[in-house]
Ligand binder design. Structure first.
Ligand SMILES: Cc1cc2nc3c(=O)[nH]c(=O)nc-3n(C[C@H](O)[C@H](O)[C@H](O)COP(=O)(O)OP(=O)(O)OC[C@H]3O[C@@H](n4cnc5c(N)ncnc54)[C@H](O)[C@@H]3O)c2cc1C
Length: 472
């Protein structure tokens, strides 16, 4: 077994492997790709070792947090591409949609009843870790979760890392080995049609769906239809679109990444790959290799610091600290300062609804919220300001945190990710150090919406993202 696989795989129950099972099941939850998918690699190896075929199963149901048209459409469109590619790559892939909350929940259970073992993705947010743990506790066979999110296997870091500066040198020592390409291959034994038709599962022929059929499928699901899909001009789902964007970025903006990433009016100044990385449509290792090879070295290093150091720091936090989405996940100095400043008068008070609709007194903040609602992301520079401002406008720090998590996870195409949690908690001092003491901020790093106008073209950004001006 490849050394990385041993580090990435984790047993989820003590149940034995069932050698009389008919197949190995890979339950695809967070890594929606066939390439550089460590869980799939593990499942292929096990299938070959047991001389069994492999079934890849992906399901979509209405019970995940903030289930809505935006997320459903992105997942379905990628599933269509997977279904169309599977056969030529030698995989058997099936996709099942559960539309209603009270529809049959136990598809994976039924599939597991006939499996030797179940392999799935290891992912600490989106409710996936909890769902996997519940399933593993009742599964009749061994369940193994394998992590494909990081470039460097997260198991190298046994404890919660304190800050970027503590994890960065450790990652630097491991990165070259982790980036060595590993060849993907299909399982040796084919999954017989007779076996597939004998499974008691209602598959969606997603490979044959056109856009209208996907829209119809989304419309009949019991999900939040008030969050619409993102227009394809912003994000088109799938590996092909992700690769096109990666290569365009490497050939263009990468060379000036350090400067261009700080200009929120520059639509192509950063890679805009976060939704693809979130859904696992492209592997971070593939992105890292392309950037490293395209160079120049200083730009590549800056980019890889975001993609690897900051992203994997966030993953480490979510995996190692069960309190990652709560104020309790913040360092002691933050708690001390929050306690001292909890009753400081706030600049304004906004309800969740006012924030969600972008109806604050601040045009720049409202523009950021409008960018989020329209495109499914906010530019990084503005996202920091967007996140930092909310504690000034709610009477409790906890309310600010809860509102931000909700707004980000509901509207962002890259939301519900470890990087979402890491980014939002950073606004409250996670991975940071104490600054000078100020009202409400306490010793948390302050950030000013007003001062943004001196640093970059905030007026231009507001013009671009104010609803009456329409989307760009
Ligand atoms: C309040 C707040 C909320 C955030 N919410 C999210 C979120 O929901 N999902 C998300 O992926 N990122 C989030 N981030 C981090 C960052 O803003 C986005 O990753 C970045 O803006 C995505 O744009 P890009 O793909 O063009 O980034 P690029 O600059 O091209 O960077 C490449 C990749 O590196 C990773 N990355 C970049 N910056 C960070 C960072 N600070 N922390 C972790 N990973 C990073 C992302 O995967 C990104 O796609 C948040 C940051 C803040 C301050």
């Amino acid at each position: 077994m490849h050394a990385q696989l041993a580090l990435r795989a984790e047993r989820c129950n003590e149940v034995r492997l069932q050698p009389e099972g008919e197949y190995v099941l890979y339950w695809m939850q967070s890594t929606h790709r066939f390439e550089e998918n460590w869980a799939l690699r593990f499942a292929v190896l096990e299938a070959d070792r047991l001389n069994r075929p492999l079934l890849i199963h992906q399901g979509l149901d209405p019970t995940y947090p903030h289930a809505n048209d935006r997320i459903h459409s992105f997942v379905l469109e990628n599933a269509r591409a997977l279904a169309r590619r599977a056969e030529s790559l030698g995989y058997t892939y099936q996709f099942v949609v559960r539309c209603r909350r009270d529809d049959d929940r136990r598809v994976v259970d039924r599939l597991a009843a006939r499996a030797c073992l179940v392999v799935t993705d290891r992912f600490p947010t989106c409710g996936i870790a909890e769902r996997t743990a519940r399933f593993a506790a009742r599964a009749p066979c061994r369940v193994v979760a394998v992590e494909s999110y990081t470039v460097v296997p997260a198991a190298h870091f046994g404890k919660s890392e304190f800050a970027a500066r503590t994890i960065r040198p450790k990652l630097a020592k491991l990165i070259e080995g982790a980036l060595e390409p590993v060849e993907d291959r299909a399982p040796r034994r084919a999954f017989a049609d007779s076996l597939a038709s004998g499974l008691d599962v209602e598959r969606l022929a997603i490979g044959a769906c056109d856009d209208a059929a996907i829209a119809h499928e989304v419309a009949r699901c019991e999900i939040d239809h008030a969050v619409p899909p993102v227009a394809r001009t912003y994000f088109t789902s799938g590996l092909d679109a992700a690769r096109a964007r990666l290569h365009h970025f490497c050939a263009g903006a990468l060379v000036d990444y350090e400067q261009r990433r700080s200009d929120p009016t520059d639509a192509e100044g950063s890679s805009r790959l976060s939704p693809y990385l979130h859904f696992g449509q492209i592997s971070a290792a593939e992105v890292a290799r392309a950037v490293r090879d395209a160079g120049p070295a200083a730009s590549a290093e800056k980019y890889l610091d975001q993609l690897i150091t900051w992203r994997e720091l966030a993953f480490n936090f979510c995996v190692r600290d069960a309190r990652h989405a709560q104020l309790r996940g913040l360092p002691d100095w933050v708690h001390r300062t929050m306690e001292q400043h909890k009753d400081d008068p706030r600049e304004a008070h906004y309800t969740l609804r006012e924030l969600e609709e972008g109806r604050t007194h601040d045009a720049l903040w409202n523009a950021a919220q409008h960018e989020l609602r329209t495109t499914g992301v906010i530019h990084n520079v503005v996202r920091m300001l967007w996140g930092k401002s909310v504690m000034q406008w709610t009477n409790r720090y906890k309310t600010a945190l809860d509102h931000l998590l909700l707004l980000n996870d509901k509207w962002a195409l890259d939301g519900r990710d470890p990087a979402s949690v890491g980014g939002i908690q950073w606004c409250f001092g996670k991975f940071d150090r104490p600054w000078f003491n100020k009202p409400v901020w306490g010793t948390m790093r302050p950030m000013s919406l007003a001062r943004a106008y001196d640093k970059w073209d905030a007026a231009g950004y507001v013009r671009q993202w104010t609803p009456e001006n329409g989307p760009r």
